[in-house]
Design a protein around this ligand. Structure first.
Ligand code: SIN
Length: 307
């Protein structure tokens, strides 16, 4: 069986994955944290935590709240900063078979361009995922991701600064996600990933105050899967670049739904918190489904529900 997918067909380096299962940014650390739990080299790709120019401590605690079938987070892009990532993490990734994609987040368009420039040509880094969708920061994030013009501007700036394949990660917290997707695809994005979290809130009734230190957070997990699937379906019909589906994917069946809706690959996120092996379980389940159904090429499944 052939599960490989090309996520950057127009890019000179390309982004060829052995299979469509990717770990979502912010849910799998730098990959190293999970490498003793299962053979992470079997995965299609790993996306690391959102990375900024300078290290960040993140938002005040509490930063997590469990909800029915979901998780609210307000981490605030806590990360080690791009310099430490290049010095400490990239050399480890360079020895891995699984490609690593670096998720980047900036407060200004110049930040995104500088980050992309610093990552360009670094051994161990296979692509960049541009985060214009974090709902938990005051500057940057959804500020760029909810406006087609600024989303396109960020994309152009990143593409100009790097020859690496560029994925742009979209927010669902917008009225017309297909419009944003078209804008970033026209601006040169090699692929589009969606969705990031849905903005939400929880109240601590004993304290009569918002539960999260930052008041609002981003909702992920099974609760958002139908919304994410709908948006992937919409976006896959609106652009001609590969689409990567994300949002509540917990099982192989979830992943297959996204692929049938038009996703060329999928990201497993929150599921890893309850089952660290979830990405591998999803991959094995996809293989089993293909075997049962007599499907030799994963690409034959992409978008079948749209025809
Ligand atoms: C966070 O760090 O607050 C979450 C990251 C994101 O939503 O992109």
């Amino acid at each position: 069986m052939n599960l490989s997918v090309q996520l950057a067909p127009k890019n000179k380096h390309g982004l060829l994955l052995a299979n469509p299962v990717i770990t979502a940014s912010g849910t799998f650390g730098y990959g190293t944290e999970y490498s003793h739990m299962f053979d992470i080299q079997k995965l299609g790709a790993i996306v690391c935590k959102g990375t900024t120019l300078e290290p960040r401590d993140g938002n005040p605690q509490p930063r997590l709240a469990e909800t029915s079938c979901g998780l609210l987070n307000s981490i605030g892009l806590q990360n080690i900063g791009v310099k430490a990532l290049i010095k400490e993490k990239a050399p480890i990734w360079a020895s891995w078979r699984v490609p690593v994609i670096v998720n980047i987040a900036g407060e200004t368009i110049a930040d995104y361009a500088q980050l992309a420039g610093e990552l360009d040509g670094v051994a161990g880094i296979s692509a960049i995922e541009v985060n214009i969708s974090c709902p938990n920061v005051k500057a940057g994030g959804t500020e760029f991701g909810t406006n087609p013009e600024s989303a396109a501007e960020v994309t152009v700036a990143v593409k100009t600064a790097t020859s690496l394949p560029v994925l742009v990660k979209l927010t669902p917290n917008t009225s017309d996600i297909a419009k944003i997707a078209r804008a970033v695809a026209e601006a040169g994005a090699d692929a589009i990933s969606l969705i990031n979290t849905l903005k939400g809130i929880a109240i601590d009734i004993a304290r009569r105050r918002p539960l999260l230190g930052n008041v609002t957070g981003g909702l992920s997990g099974p609760a958002i899967k139908p919304v994410a699937l709908y948006m992937v379906y919409e976006v896959a019909g609106a652009v001609d670049v590969p689409v990567i589906g994300c949002g509540g994917i917990t099982t192989a069946n979830d992943a297959i739904e996204f692929i049938m809706a038009g996703a060329s690959a999928i990201q497993v996120g929150t599921a890893s918190f309850t089952n660290p092996r979830a990405p591998l379980d999803v991959l094995e389940g996809i293989e089993q489904f293909m075997k049962q159904e007599g499907i030799d090429n994963l690409t034959d499944l992409i978008g079948v529900a749209r025809r």
